[in-house]
Design a protein around this ligand. Sequence first.
Ligand code: PLP
Length: 391
Amino acid sequence: MKDALQWVDDRLETIRENDLFRVLTEIESGQSPEILVDGKPYILLASNNYLGLTTDPQLKQAAIRAVEAYGTGSGGSRLVSGSSDLHRKLEDRIARFKKTEAAILFSSGYLANVGTIAALVGPGDVVYSDELNHASIIDGCRLSKAEVKVYRHRDTKHLTSMLRDGGAGGKRLIVTDTVFSMDGDLAPLSELVDIAGRRGAMLMIDEAHAMGVLGARGSGAAEHFCVEEGVPIVMGTLSKAVGSIGGYVAGSCKLIDFIRNTARTYIFDTSLPAAALAASMAAIDIIESEPERRRRLWTLIEKFKAGLEDAGMRVLPSHSAVIPVLIGEAAAALEFASALREHGVFIPAVRPPSVPPGMCRLRATVMATHTPEHIDRALKAFRAARVSVGV
Ligand SMILES: Cc1ncc(COP(=O)(O)O)c(C=O)c1O
């Protein structure tokens, strides 16, 4: 009989030939600075758990108490039977933290972007999207069926010229990551607020990698740039520095009412379980009340970046806990990652489609729970790997 899935073999073969085949690495411990893989210890420098909160005793206790009170699953979508007082309390907490009137939870940041963009724009509208925006923004744009105009990375002149050309008279939405997930650099937020205001366009920002890391209270890039009041649509995730799971959008009451009534990834999706909600709530309290965690993170980020440059690595200019070390071709990036593993450091290689071809990298990330000694050991591993791989 003919195998109708023969084409899958062909596609997999091509993926393997291009050094793009992915395999999973099983981590046998939590997202701590030191992890176990196959029973061996490694320094983890690849987690989005920027403040080390996923293993924090206060979050664990909050999650355990919530499970005891509410059980494990939420039992339904928010608009049917899956809306608890914890959902409402976390939405209120996020709104207060982001200084907006209201907020709405999604099961993930991915679903927040896809559902919100598809709710805000449609055929006849135009989305202006930075070329390095996250895949969930790209997918939201595609699903919306709006026209998508991609502007060059952080290039506000390019964006302005596109806006000047006008649309067909429909709505216009500018959307950007605030911290770019693979490059760690920042969107020019003050200019974007200004441009959106002058051109009458909606502005939506994705604070996934900024929350907990940037801003005096750890609220994100809008706080860092002092433009919190100028951004009407603020999306974020609870899965990175917050150390839990879930996504959200914060904004005016009318915006949140509209999303609650129209976003399909909200309406047709089972809501977050109590453990995740309680952990997120505990995390936001910690982020706001313990700025020393953020200060410690930034000290480690600066130390690691300076050390990598001293070691002759090509570090892309980032301003976050994401520190991209450029290698080039996929095969070289894989070889470098494997040399680092031999020296006890875990940073997987990032390859297309996550980054453009020829721009493969080690996307290193620092956590507030690393010690200076972890960073010194990692830098030693980079120097040794550089010699053995010949980069
Ligand atoms: C910029 C950005 N936006 C959105 C997401 C999706 O968030 P989540 O992992 O919570 O689905 C991610 C992470 O993967 C991201 O990096």
